[in-house]
Design a protein around this ligand. Structure first.
Ligand code: LMR
Length: 398
């Protein structure tokens, strides 16, 4: 039976990791998957994480199952971190939060929950979006449509086109928005534009699903949460898929959360019960270690301060590389505009490189970039920036 199965296409992002590993060139450069890298090209374990792990190791008494919805402290802390401890959503207890295996797990639980409980048949994603978004939503049985987002000329967001599209979406549809550090473009709306977007979403009767994978990687924890707060208005409903992969560097621990904000606290219990039903039939209950690390850190003022400073250092390094890359590219190709790289935020920028140019970079220079032209700015370092810019300038100039 299995012989008749057709091979699936390699994943557009994670598939490239395998190709990169197989490249024998010692000077190869990896700007593919969105993981933070330090100056030496390593993805370090944060010091606050190591400290929390030592405590966990000393104090752990059991490996018994977690509740279906995960660690309750972690879920509460997630709400407090994203909305703010004194935010009305938190103080009025009108959000159900469950721990999930990463942000992707949160998106899949959201898709199943929306399909089974609201009969949601359509979700709108930005053009472009993270390539796994449509796949996850389709796997949950939801049709994916697209709204305009990125403007290739300005390298920013085409908010007018986005608002026009939102105003035509059928009421009751779900719209997926990147809360900050848009993946793959690095282009975010301004706060005034976010307000307009939230107004339009709610006027139209849409249900927003905010994918929040990069809190703290844009301009700071509070600054990055500001767009979410535009949606968390009195009595509004929304979903938030949070990831701790990037901001705590816990990629392999698979730790994330899904929060469903209901109009008032009456619906929370039912929503929570349905989220648990979804989780039970998917993976039964989540793994403990990653969430216990996050919870230990957020439960301790010193560890939290250490985490904030380590997060700021990651953010500053990426923003420093944005400036350096922009300077070097502008020197190499003075007639081309690269300042947008410096303006954009988060791990990614959309370079405008075509798939053919990306292929040439890989084949001729061992420079690895996602085929849509997205670069992971965190993969740039003082050691590789000259070779990288030389290679990009060469394929752009030919
Ligand atoms: C990325 O976009 O590179 C990351 O979010 C990793 C992933 O799972 O694709």
């Amino acid at each position: 039976m299995f012989e008749s199965i057709e091979a699936a296409a390699p994943d557009a992002i994670l598939g490239l990791m395998e190709v990169f590993r197989a490249d024998g060139n010692p000077d190869k450069i990896n700007l593919t998957v969105g993981v933070f890298k330090d100056e030496s090209g390593l993805t370090p374990v944060l010091k606050c994480v190591k400290a929390a792990e030592r405590r966990l190791l000393d104090n752990e008494t059991t490996k018994t199952y977690l509740p279906i919805s995960g660690l309750s402290d972690f879920c509460r802390q997630t709400q407090e971190l994203y909305f703010g401890a004194n935010h009305e959503v938190v103080t009025s207890s009108r959000a159900a939060t469950v721990q999930t295996p990463g942000g992707t797990g949160a998106l899949r639980v959201a898709a199943d929950f929306l399909k089974h409980n609201l009969g949601s048949d359509t979700i709108w994603c930005s053009t472009p979006t993270w390539p796994n978004h449509p796949k996850v939503f389709k796997a949950g049985g939801i049709e994916v449509k697209n709204y305009p987002y990125f403007d290739a000329d300005s390298h920013g967001v085409n908010v007018d086109a986005m608002l026009e599209a939102i105003r035509k979406m059928p009421a009751g549809n779900v719209i997926c928005l990147h809360a900050c550090c848009h993946n793959p473009t690095g282009a975010d709306p301004t706060m005034e534009q976010w307000k307009q977007i939230a107004d339009a979403v709610y006027e139209r009767g849409l249900l927003p699903l905010l994918d929040f994978a990069y809190l703290g990687f844009g301009d700071g924890i509070q600054q990055d949460a500001a767009a979410l707060l535009q949606f968390a208005r009195p009595e509004t409903e929304l979903l938030v898929a949070s990831s701790y992969s990037k901001n705590f560097g816990l990629y392999s621990e698979r730790v994330g959360a899904l929060s469903v904000v209901t109009q008032n606290r009456d619906a929370v219990k039912t929503v929570d019960s349905q989220l648990k039903a979804t989780i039970r039939t998917n993976y039964s209950n989540p793994p403990e270690h990653g969430a216990a690390i996050v919870s230990t850190i957020l439960n301790d003022a010193d560890l939290t301060a250490q985490w904030e400073s380590e997060l700021a250092a990651m953010r500053d390094r990426i923003n420093g590389m944005r400036t350096l890359f922009t300077q070097k590219m502008s020197e190499k190709l003075p007639d081309r505009e690269f300042t947008f790289i410096e303006r954009q935020r988060g791990m990614f920028s959309y370079t405008g490189l075509t798939p053919e140019q990306v292929d040439r970079l890989r084949e001729e220079h061992s420079v690895y970039i996602v085929r849509d032209g997205r670069i992971n700015v965190a993969g740039i370092s003082h050691a590789n920036v000259d070779a990288l810019c030389a290679a990009i300038a060469k394929v752009l100039a030919d």
